[in-house]
Design a protein around this ligand. Structure first.
Ligand code: CA
Ligand code: CA
Ligand code: CA
Length: 692
C-alpha cells in the first residue's frame, strides 16, 4: 500500500475501500464497490458503513459525517450507513468511536399470474377447500424491489387493504426497477390468499437490519427472503455477519424461509495442495487456475468468494484470491470484509469476454493444509463440487432460518443449480425442497430457489393460520413430518426433510368451551333404617373450560335433597338424604347438572344409597361446620397442608377418638368416632371426617 498523508488509519479500513482511496488520490481507475454506482465514485463520493465501537456513539459519528460534508442514509444498531466524500474516509476512520469502515454488504437475488403449479404439487388446494387460506397471519416478503406490484393488487396479490408496503432503501423506492419481489409475492399469495402481506425492500445489510426490526414490531409471523449475502458467512462456526439479524427474528418467533441458493454447480471445495511449492494451490495436476469462461454480455462482473477453516475475527491463516486473464496478467484480488475474517471477496467488472483464472495463494499458514471453499456467482467454474455448495452464503447457512432447495415441479427431481449442504460445521441444508419453474405473471416461468422458498413460506403461513400458537420449530417439525422423502433415505443435503407436501388439512382447534366439572364424581350415603339421617355431603360444581358456566342441578329421586338448584360459576352445594320410608337395601339415584352452553351437558353424578339394618360404618364425610371439638386433644397431631393451607388433625392414638362437630347451621351437633391413624381435615368452612 503506497503511503499517503492520510494513510495512518488504514488498518481500520476494509482493504477494497483503502485501495479505492489510494486510486482516487492517484487518479487511477477506481475498483467496483458494492452498493456504489461508478458515477457516484467519479464524483468523489462513496457509500460506506461505519461500525461504531458502541451503539451510543452513533450520534457523534453522525455529526462528524455531516461536518465533513457527508450524509447519513441509515442507522442500525452500531452501524452507520453514510454517503461521504472519498477524501473524508480517513478522517472518519480516525475517530476513536469508529472501529471499522467498510463498503455496505449487498446480496444476490436467487432468481433463475396465473397460479403457481406448486399449489397443487404441495397440496395447498385441499387446505383452501377446507377454508384454510392464511387468514389472521402476517407474512412478509423481503426483497430487492417490487416493480409492477400495484397493477396486480386484487388479482395476483391481495387487495390494497391487506398489503403494507415499506421501502428501507436509501431512496425509499419500493419498485427499485426490480420485479423479483413481485414474482416471489405472487407465489406466496397463491398459497395464502387471505393473509396480510408486507412487501419490504432493501439493498444493504444496514437497511435489512432496519427492515427486520420493523417487521418484528408489526408482529409479522412469517418471512420469506429469496436472496443471499455472499462471503459474509463464517461457515465453519455456523454463523456470520448477517446471522444476528436472522437470530433476532427467530427469537421473536418468526418462521423465516430462505432460498438455499442457485450455486450448486458454481462451487469448488478442497484442501490446499501445493506440490510444486510456489505458494499457489494446484487444483488438478499442475493446473493452478480455476478457469472461468466469462461472457461479458451475460455477467456484469466476476464475483468470487474464498473462505477457509479458521477463527472468524482472529484468523491465523491467510490466503489470497486472485483473478488472472488468459495472458496471465493479474486483474483483481479478493479483499477482506473485516479484519481477521477468514474469507476473501473478489469483485471484478468484466469488459472483455474470455477466459479468466482464479488462483489461491497461501500467504501465512500455521498448518500445512487447510480446508478451502470457493463460490463463483453465476459462472460455472472448470472444476465444480456439488457437495457443500451452500458455501458461506447467508442466510442460507443460518441455524435460525429454514432454507429451501429447488425441485422440478413436474418430476420432483432436484435442480442441478440448487445449492447442496452440508454446512461446513456439519448441519444438513437445505431444510426442505419445493418446486420451481412454476407459472407466474411476472416471470412467466419462475426458476430458481427464489421460487421454491416462497412455497415453504406460504405452507408455513397456512399451518400458522390453524395453529396460531405454534412457533417456528413446531411449524418446521410439522412440515418435515408431511414432506415427501426424496433422494437418500431420510433427511439429506439435497432435499432436506423432503419435498414440501401439506397432506390432509389440519382441523381447526375449537376455542375452549364451557365444561362442567363436579367433585366428587359420585356420592354414597349409608344410614340405618329408621335411624337418624346421615350427615349431608358436599358436591363441588366448577367450570373446567373457558367462558361462563350457568348451571342447574336436579336430583332424580325425592329422597335426595339439594341446597341449591341453580347457580353461576363455581359453587359448593350440600346434598342431604331424607331416609323416611326407606327400608333396608341399596338404592340408585343421581344428580343431573345441566348448562346450556357446556360441551359436556348434562353431567350425571351417581348417588348410591345404602340403608342398613344395624349401625353404618366406613364413610368419608364432608360437612359444612362452624366448630369441631376434640374430646381427647392429646390424641391428635396437627399439621398444615402446604398445597392448600388446610389443617389436618391425625388421630395418633391406638384407638378410635371421639369428635364433636357443630354444623354450619349452628344448632345441629353430631358426634363421630374417628378410627386410629385417620384424619379430620378442616378447609375453610368444610370439615372432612375420615371414618373409613
Ligand atoms: Ca502450486
Ligand atoms: Ca484451469
Ligand atoms: Ca431424503
Amino acid at each position: 500500500m503506497p503511503t499517503s498523508p492520510q494513510a495512518q488509519n488504514v488498518q481500520k479500513i476494509q482493504e477494497l475501500l483503502a485501495e479505492s482511496l489510494t486510486a482516487f488520490e492517484s487518479g487511477l481507475e477506481l475498483p467496483t464497490l458494492p452498493a456504489n454506482k461508478p458515477e457516484e465514485l467519479k464524483a468523489g463520493k462513496v457509500r460506506v458503513v461505519l461500525e461504531a465501537t458502541h451503539a451510543s456513539e452513533v450520534r457523534n459519528i453522525q455529526a462528524r459525517v455531516e461536518a465533513l460534508g457527508g450524509r447519513v442514509e441509515a442507522v442500525y444498531d452500531n452501524l452507520v450507513q453514510a454517503f461521504v466524500p472519498i477524501k473524508s474516509v480517513n478522517a472518519l476512520a480516525g475517530m476513536g468511536s469508529v472501529s471499522w469502515v467498510r463498503t455496505p454488504l449487498v446480496p444476490v437475488w436467487e432468481q433463475g399470474s396465473t397460479v403457481s403449479e406448486g399449489v397443487r404439487v404441495i397440496g395447498a388446494n385441499l387446505w383452501h377447500e377446507a377454508g384454510i387460506k392464511g387468514q389472521g397471519v402476517k407474512v412478509a416478503i423481503v426483497d430487492g424491489g417490487f416493480k409492477g406490484y400495484q397493477r396486480l393488487l386484487g388479482s395476483e396479490l391481495p387487495p390494497a387493504d391487506r398489503v403494507i408496503v415499506r421501502s428501507f432503501n436509501r431512496d425509499e423506492d419500493i419498485e427499485a426497477d426490480e420485479r423479483h419481489g413481485t414474482a416471489v409475492a405472487e407465489i406466496v399469495y397463491d398459497l395464502v390468499p387471505e393473509a396480510t402481506f408486507y412487501l419490504v425492500n432493501f439493498d444493504t445489510d444496514v437497511e435489512l437490519g432496519r427492515a427486520i426490526d420493523f417487521l418484528i414490531s408489526e408482529g409479522v409471523q412469517i418471512i420469506n427472503t429469496s436472496f443471499n449475502f455472499f462471503g459474509t458467512g463464517c461457515p465453519w462456526e455456523g454463523t456470520g455477519l448477517i446471522e444476528p439479524i436472522v437470530k433476532k427474528a427467530r427469537d421473536a418467533g418468526i418462521f423465516w424461509a430462505v432460498s438455499v441458493g442457485n450455486h450448486g454447480t458454481e462451487h469448488w471445495q478442497g484442501i490446499f495442495d501445493d506440490p510444486n511449492k510456489n505458494g499457489f494451490h494446484n487444483f488438478l495436476g499442475d493446473d493452478e487456475g480455476l478457469t472461468l469462461d466469462v461472457d461479458a454480455d451475460e455477467v456484469g462482473a466476476v464475483i468470487a468468494v474464498l473462505s477457509w477453516e479458521d477463527k472468524c475475527g482472529k484468523a491465523t491463516e491467510n490466503y489470497e484470491l486472485l483473478l488472472f486473464d488468459d495472458a496471465d496478467r493479474r486483474r483483481a484480488s479478493g479483499s477482506q470484509l473485516r479484519a481477521g475474517w477468514p474469507s476473501r471477496v473478489l469483485v471484478f467488472t468484466v469488459r472483455d469476454s474470455g477466459r479468466y483464472h482464479l488462483k489461491i495463494r497461501q500467504r501465512t499458514a500455521t498448518r500445512p493444509t487447510a480446508k478451502l471453499d470457493v463460490s463463483v456467482i453465476d459462472i460455472e467454474p472448470e472444476y465444480s463440487v456439488f457437495e457443500g455448495s451452500v458455501g458461506a452464503f447467508e442466510p442460507a447457512i443460518s441455524p435460525s432460518a429454514f432454507s429451501v432447495g429447488a425441485t422440478d415441479f413436474r418430476t420432483d427431481a432436484a435442480r442441478r443449480y440448487s445449492s447442496r449442504g452440508p454446512t461446513k460445521d456439519g448441519r444438513i441444508k437445505p431444510d426442505f425442497a419445493a418446486p420451481d419453474g412454476v407459472r407466474n405473471t411476472t416471470f412467466r416461468q419462475f426458476f430458481g430457489t427464489s421460487a421454491s422458498s416462497p412455497h415453504v413460506a406460504g405452507a408455513a403461513a397456512l399451518v400458522k393460520s390453524v395453529r396460531p400458537n405454534w412457533g417456528p420449530k413446531e411449524i418446521a417439525d410439522f412440515l418435515a413430518s408431511r414432506a415427501i422423502d426424496r433422494g437418500d433415505d431420510g433427511p439429506d443435503n439435497t432435499y432436506g426433510a423432503g419435498r414440501i407436501a401439506l397432506g390432509e388439512p389440519l382441523k381447526e382447534e375449537k376455542p375452549a368451551e364451557v365444561t362442567i366439572g363436579a367433585f366428587p364424581e359420585k356420592l354414597k350415603f349409608v344410614a340405618q333404617a329408621n335411624g337418624p339421617a346421615p350427615v349431608p355431603q358436599l358436591l363441588e360444581i366448577a367450570n373446567l373450560g373457558a367462558g361462563e358456566l350457568v348451571w342447574t342441578a336436579q336430583a332424580q329421586t325425592d329422597s335426595v335433597k339439594l341446597s341449591a338448584a341453580q347457580g353461576v360459576g363455581r359453587a359448593l352445594i350440600q346434598v342431604s338424604l331424607d331416609i323416611a320410608g326407606l327400608a333396608a337395601g341399596t338404592y340408585e339415584s343421581a344428580i343431573t347438572i345441566t348448562a346450556e352452553n357446556a360441551q359436556n351437558s348434562p353431567l350425571t353424578i351417581p348417588v348410591e344409597i345404602q340403608i342398613t339394618e344395624g349401625t353404618p360404618v366406613g364413610e368419608l364425610l364432608s360437612l359444612f361446620f362452624s366448630k369441631v371439638e376434640f374430646v381427647t386433644p392429646a390424641a391428635w397431631a396437627r399439621s398444615e397442608r402446604s398445597s392448600d393451607g388446610c389443617l389436618v388433625y391425625t388421630n395418633n392414638s391406638a384407638e378410635a377418638q371421639r369428635i364433636r362437630v357443630t354444623l354450619a347451621d349452628g344448632s345441629t351437633v353430631s358426634e363421630y368416632d374417628v378410627p386410629a391413624s385417620k384424619a379430620v381435615t378442616a378447609c375453610g368452612d368444610i370439615l372432612y371426617v375420615d371414618l373409613r
